[in-house]
Design a protein around this ligand. Structure first.
Ligand code: FES
Length: 116
């Protein structure tokens, strides 16, 4: 099937939840399912994609969640923290400093947050 960029969905943010062994042992599958479900329930978050990932590092501090294009890595993102993550970061655009584990320069495959 040929690639047709016009048929590709628009992605405003991409959220990766590590579900590798150590994060899974701290409940990351529940975090992933809650994020996936609650993001779908919020109007205006249609462009937010939530996916599982393999280990991203920081395994002792999981569940780890990485959000692009900001390139923010959050630690300790349990299911209970999902509503606050959605409200503050995905809706409010705030980097939650108290949970930040690491931050990269973003992702070259995505435009800057709020950009075209
Ligand atoms: S197991 Fe999740 S960061 Fe390594």
């Amino acid at each position: 099937m040929p690639y047709d960029p016009g048929k590709m969905p628009q992605v405003s943010r991409h959220v990766f939840v590590c579900t590798a062994e150590l994060c899974a042992g701290r409940g990351s599958e529940a975090t992933y399912r809650a994020l996936k479900k609650q993001v779908k329930q919020h109007a205006g978050l249609e462009g937010v994609w939530v996916n599982r990932s393999g280990s991203v590092g920081g395994c002792q501090h999981g569940p780890l969640v990485v959000i692009y294009p900001e390139g923010v890595w959050y630690y300790g993102v349990t299911e209970a923290r999902v509503p606050e993550l959605i409200r503050r970061h995905l809706i409010g655009g705030e980097v939650i400093e108290a949970w930040r584990f690491h931050q990269t320069e973003g992702c070259p495959c995505m435009p800057p947050a709020g950009g075209e």
